[in-house]
Design a binder for this molecule. Structure first.
Ligand code: NAD
Length: 333
């Protein structure tokens, strides 16, 4: 394998794991990230430190939203594959800092699409999110469900990204795959996510805030399963079987979208019990009402993914959480 891949958001949680897998599979990888301070930039630098020094990895601190620097990047060596994982993530934060979501997820993603067009990349894969299902309450979420009622600006920008990618696939023939990730957890994870702050708080004896009185369900998906699913969707990657399913929108564009989730929704109360078991310590819980922007349940229908690449996430929660807790104890001492 001597293809070249661009991974945006390479210092992020999923980006870091993606780069590590691509390097192990023999790709030449260029990573970019603006290393912003939405959460601890030290954690992002520590992730990068694990990658730097690999002879096939090159990192540049670039901002997706800067049109000129992105044009310069895409005027350089040709990328066979682009994997766009950079984004301003987080549902609740999008109510507080809306502009950063449009800057990174809409303007920044447009710069990526323009770069793919300029270079004629052979495949663009881009992160979307289960949040696009919004007010849809038919479970499990199918990629054929309507997704026109987002409940947060984050979700709206992720749906905008899907629509923008579809238009570029249609207009310029850029083969594109949208990846709707479902609540991803694991080692080197994101400190702003509930499982991470629950762990911190349980270990330090602080109460954990549980919204909607614990009556929420999430399709928690282990990071290695996410990476396996994405890897198999890259044409020509080892083990890849992606066969371009028919576009549900029935256009001729080489475009598809997949759910990548564990297809096992877990109630938050059960999640907390499992985490208590992994930590060997009980949680103190502060029950709170539902928050604006949140959805009650997420649950992925992954049958198209299974049919397309012969794989669906299946790591049991207790196993994945134990890996996370082991890493957490080691990293934070
Ligand atoms: P993350 O925040 O850890 O990673 C995103 C990275 O992108 C960060 O390192 C950040 O510094 C970088 N970034 C943000 N804006 C940028 C910009 N303008 N220019 C360059 N870099 C920028 O998040 P993650 O959990 O790794 O998420 C990766 C992708 O998956 C995101 O697109 C996110 O929306 C999506 N996603 C994640 C989850 C999840 O549960 N983790 C669920 C659904 C979707």
């Amino acid at each position: 394998m001597d293809g070249r891949v661009l991974v945006t958001g390479a210092a992020g949680f999923i980006g870091f794991h993606m780069v590590r897998r691509l390097l192990a599979d023999g790709w030449i990888v260029s990573g970019i990230d603006n290393l912003n301070d939405y959460y601890d930039p030290g954690l992002k630098r520590d992730r990068l430190a694990q990658l730097e020094g690999h002879p096939a990895f090159q990192f540049q601190p670039l901002d997706l939203a800067n049109r000129e620097t992105m044009q310069t990047l895409f005027a350089g060596p040709h990328f066979d594959v682009v994997i766009n994982l950079a984004a301003q993530a987080g549902v609740r934060h999008s109510l507080e800092a809306p502009h950063s979501y449009v800057d990174s997820n809409v303007v920044g993603f447009l710069n990526v699409l323009e770069g793919c067009r300029a270079q004629g990349v052979s495949h663009l894969l881009f992160a979307s999110s289960s949040s696009v299902y919004g007010a849809n309450n038919r479970l499990p979420y199918s990629v054929h469900d309507p997704v026109d009622h987002p409940l947060s600006l984050y979700a709206a920008t992720k749906r905008a990204g899907e629509l923008m990618a579809h238009s570029y696939a249609h207009l310029y023939g850029i083969p594109s795959t949208g990846l709707r990730f479902f609540t991803v957890y694991g080692p080197w994870g994101r400190p702003d996510m509930a499982y991470f702050s629950f762990t911190q708080k349980i270990l330090t004896g602080q109460p954990i805030p549980v919204f909607n009185h614990g009556q929420m369900q999430r399709d928690f998906t282990y990071i290695d399963d996410i990476i396996e699913g994405v890897t198999r969707l890259i044409p020509h990657a080892p083990g890849a079987q992606n066969t371009w399913p028919e576009d549900p929108a029935s256009s001729a564009a080489p475009f598809c979208i997949h759910n990548i989730g564990n297809h096992t929704p877990i109630a938050l109360t059960d999640f907390i019990h499992t985490l208590e078991g992994c930590l060997g310590k009980s949680a103190q819980i502060e029950w709170l009402p539902m928050q604006d922007g949140d959805v009650v349940a997420t649950y992925a229908d992954v049958s198209p993914l299974q049919q397309s690449v012969g794989f669906a996430p299946d790591t049991p929660l207790h196993k994945g959480l134990q890996h996370f807790v082991n890493w957490y104890r080691q990293y934070y001492g």
